[in-house]
Design a protein around this ligand. Sequence first.
Ligand code: AMP
Length: 122
Amino acid sequence: MKNLSVPLENYNDQNIFARILRGEIPCKKIYEDSYALSFYDVFPKAAAHALVIPKKPYICFNDFINQASDEEISGFFKAVGKTIALLGVSERGFRMVSNSGEHGGQEVTHFHVHILGGEKLS
Ligand code: AMP
């Protein structure tokens, strides 16, 4: 069977989120702890649009869920929850999306979760 997934051994440390983590380019930070960083998407697709990324170099969801420790996975998703609260979308609702690999339309090859809200989404 043809393998359509991103080759997991090829983490590109020049991707834009790796550069944000190294402080080489700025971001509008929402939340940070030892597991994750969240910041506003530079091209928002909703009134409120945040991205949450793990601190360690995982390419996509599959890479993260298969390689990260239980502590990292738990720490990451708790940071997603904190970001949702800080973004102010907890009460009225939001959409949580992770594009993964070629067919998922993933553009930046550092695993990330989008949080979209702040308005009624189509
Ligand atoms: P994806 O298609 O899931 O890989 O989404 C990547 C997201 O990263 C897009 O929504 C972009 O708008 C966003 N993005 C790209 N560069 C930056 C940046 N420098 N700061 C914040 N968000 C960015």
